[in-house]
Design a binder for this molecule. Structure first.
Ligand code: ZN
Length: 171
């Protein structure tokens, strides 16, 4: 059972933050990255025709799930097929790579948010330097709390109501 979302001290960026809805267009959050890239694409005289943006409904492979990571304060969904990554959407957890269009299939896949997302975000948000806000799927929130303490962000265990590890100085 995930915890209710606590108020954050610093936001961990998602698609909703980085790609505001283009003015006058009703673009779903998951597709905003594609629209943004299409606009860049159209601006290049040699490439006047951006690829189409496929529908999510009825065009999603639910057997492929991508767990996003946190890199320097931003959630990033890494493409399984190419080196690109995209900002995932909180409200529409579907992924389409703006560079390879999911290996040329134009079929969306699923963004699987970690079960303890809000804890991860809360702990990382306590770090004053955005470049230190990083998370990989094998790292538990308790491990991130320990990292906080190691980098001088004291009181994280108490803030999160976690049991302080034996022998870890709290001063
Ligand atoms: Zn790709």
């Amino acid at each position: 059972m995930p915890l209710p979302r606590p108020p954050l001290r610093a936001k961990i960026i998602t698609a909703e933050d980085f790609h505001p809805a283009p003015e006058g267009l009703n673009v779903s959050p998951a597709a905003r990255t594609l629209v943004w890239h299409s606009e860049v694409f159209k601006a290049q005289p040699s490439n006047p025709n951006p690829p189409p943006i496929p529908e999510i409904e009825g065009n999603t492979d639910h057997t492929i799930e991508i767990t996003p990571i946190v890199s320097t304060g931003r959630w990033c969904a890494q493409c399984p097929w190419c080196p690109a990554s995209e900002y995932p959407s909180s409200t529409q957890p579907f992924f389409m790579c703006s560079q390879c269009h999911n290996n040329g299939s134009f079929v969306w896949v699923v963004v699987k948010w970690p079960d303890r997302r809000w804890e991860i975000e809360e702990i990382l948000s306590l770090r004053p330097v955005p470049q230190t806000r990083n998370w990989l799927p094998h790292e538990t929130p308790e491990y991130l709390a320990l990292e906080n303490e190691m980098m001088g962000v004291k009181g994280t265990f108490e803030h999160m109501n976690y049991r302080r590890p034996d022998g870890l100085d709290d001063t």
